[in-house]
Design a protein around this ligand. Structure first.
Ligand SMILES: Nc1ncnc2c1ncn2[C@@H]1O[C@H](COP(=O)(O)OP(=O)(O)OP(=O)(O)O)[C@@H](O)[C@H]1O
Ligand SMILES: [Mg+2]
Length: 275
């Protein structure tokens, strides 16, 4: 009975006519599909929905699971520009002992993204909650409502007051990341920030490349993040000095120490292997 039920559930999860299989027939290899089935059997995914995004290295899908709406980010094993990952991950002390085969880099990258999401949230910055990760698949909280993802910052209509509000949130977010979580996003722009328009809140996403402060290129990454944000907000009349913002991002206040301590206690090597 259990077996039959499992089988029926599997069929429901990956309906033959679903846009998932149709659109992605050629994208996913057998190991990735097997991994998705395992996640389905464990209830993390009950139904795979449509594609939200097809990026250079990863695809993001809408799905539902035991915890409600989720986003499933699947890093491609067979195509993509993984050379681009090297400068971020190979010099990250947290990943100094990974083997350098392409697959290993992708798996470490996925794990790093899940860890970074956790750290970012613990620092008090809004980001998707990581639910489970294994190999090249990351299941996380869906940032959106009723199947519709929140818009990217770049696509959100804003008046000047909204813009100022979001700008302040983003700079404070960078500060919390830096001071509390010891992280720099390193690909921050209007493309990797979603806006919860109802609450007018910024949500940080796409954090696989975020690095710790001991990374040798961290200053350069932070300068670029700040430049991107200043460039985007210029059209809303926000003119701030790079150096002043950089100082603001490094400034600590009384509340930071508690967060910092708690963050130090997270075991960075703890990965969830679900299968
Ligand atoms: N948790 C989430 N909830 C809702 N939508 C999401 C979520 N994560 C990602 N998305 C959507 O998917 C898009 C792509 O996600 P993300 O930026 O993480 O990957 P990417 O840019 O494709 O990554 P890469 O460039 O490394 O391949 C986002 O712009 C956003 O619209
Ligand atoms: Mg992105």
């Amino acid at each position: 009975m259990r077996k039959i039920e499992d089988k029926r559930d599997k069929n429901r999860t990956f309906k033959k006519d679903s846009s998932f299989l149709k659109a992605e027939e050629n994208v996913f290899d057998v190991p990735t599909l097997k991994l998705l089935y395992t996640l389905a059997n464990k209830g993390y995914i009950t139904e795979m929905g449509g594609s939200i995004s097809t990026g250079k290295e990863a695809n993001v899908f809408y799905a539902t699971g035991n915890e409600g709406e989720v986003a499933v980010k699947i890093y491609r094993l067979t195509s993509g520009t993984f050379k681009a990952m090297d400068p971020y991950i190979l010099k990250d002390p947290r990943f100094s002992n990974i083997r350098h085969s392409r697959k290993d880099i992708v798996f470490a990258w996925t794990q790093k993204e899940a860890q970074n999401l956790l750290r970012i949230r613990k620092a008090g910055v809004r980001a998707p909650r990581p639910i489970v990760n294994d190999r090249n698949v990351l299941v996380m909280e869906f940032m959106g409502k009723d199947k519709i993802p929140f818009p990217l910052l770049k696509d959100t209509p804003l008046d000047d007051a909204d813009a100022q509000n979001l700008f302040d949130q983003i700079i404070e977010g960078m500060r919390r990341l830096y001071v509390r979580a010891h992280l720099v996003h390193s690909d921050l722009s209007e493309y990797n920030i979603l806006v919860d328009v109802e609450k007018m809140e910024a949500v940080i996403i796409d954090v696989g490349q975020a690095v710790t402060l001991d990374h040798p290129n961290v200053r350069e990454f932070m300068a670029r993040d700040i430049e991107n944000i200043l460039r985007f907000f210029k059209k809303y009349g926000i003119k701030e000095d790079k150096k002043i913002i950089s100082d603001r991002v490094k400034e600590r206040n009384e509340t930071d120490e508690l967060f910092e301590k708690e963050l130090e206690e997270i075991d960075e090597t703890d990965s969830k292997d679900i299968s």
